[in-house]
Design a protein around this ligand. Structure first.
Ligand SMILES: O=C(O)CCC(=O)C(=O)O
Length: 116
């Protein structure tokens, strides 16, 4: 993935997630301490929807909550989603809703100085 994206040295870990039928990943941000600001996630198996929405604290003035939704992607087997830049995690959260059995492999950079 590093070579395909021309991101030499950007990743040092792969986190995998397996979704059984009817499982999904709830809205969250990948903003843990020590996590690098670029993530690349490979989709395998069943297709999935990935939705991004504004964090509540940045959208309190929006009268209609559905206006927090900003982006929906349809991910197919072999697709790679790249999230780059800390602001993506600061201002937005995302959820993944697979249609059936699915595996995701997410390449990340973990700064070991933050591991105790
Ligand atoms: O299942 C995916 O494609 C991505 C999973 C995810 O949201 C994450 O690893 O933060």
């Amino acid at each position: 993935m590093k070579q395909a994206l021309n991101l030499d040295g950007a990743f040092n870990e792969v986190l995998s997630a397996a979704y059984m039928e009817k499982q999904r990943m709830a809205f969250h941000s990948d903003a843990e301490k020590g996590l690098g600001s670029i993530l690349a996630s490979l989709s395998l198996g069943s297709s999935a929807y990935m939705h991004f929405r504004l964090h509540n604290q940045y959208s309190s003035e929006l009268a209609d909550p559905s206006r927090r939704d900003v982006l929906s992607l349809f991910l197919r087997h072999g697709d790679v989603v790249v999230m780059q830049g800390g602001d993506v995690q600061t201002y937005y959260e995302h959820t993944v809703v697979p249609l059936n059995f699915r595996v995701a492999a997410t390449a990340r950079f973990i700064n070991s100085a933050n591991h105790h």
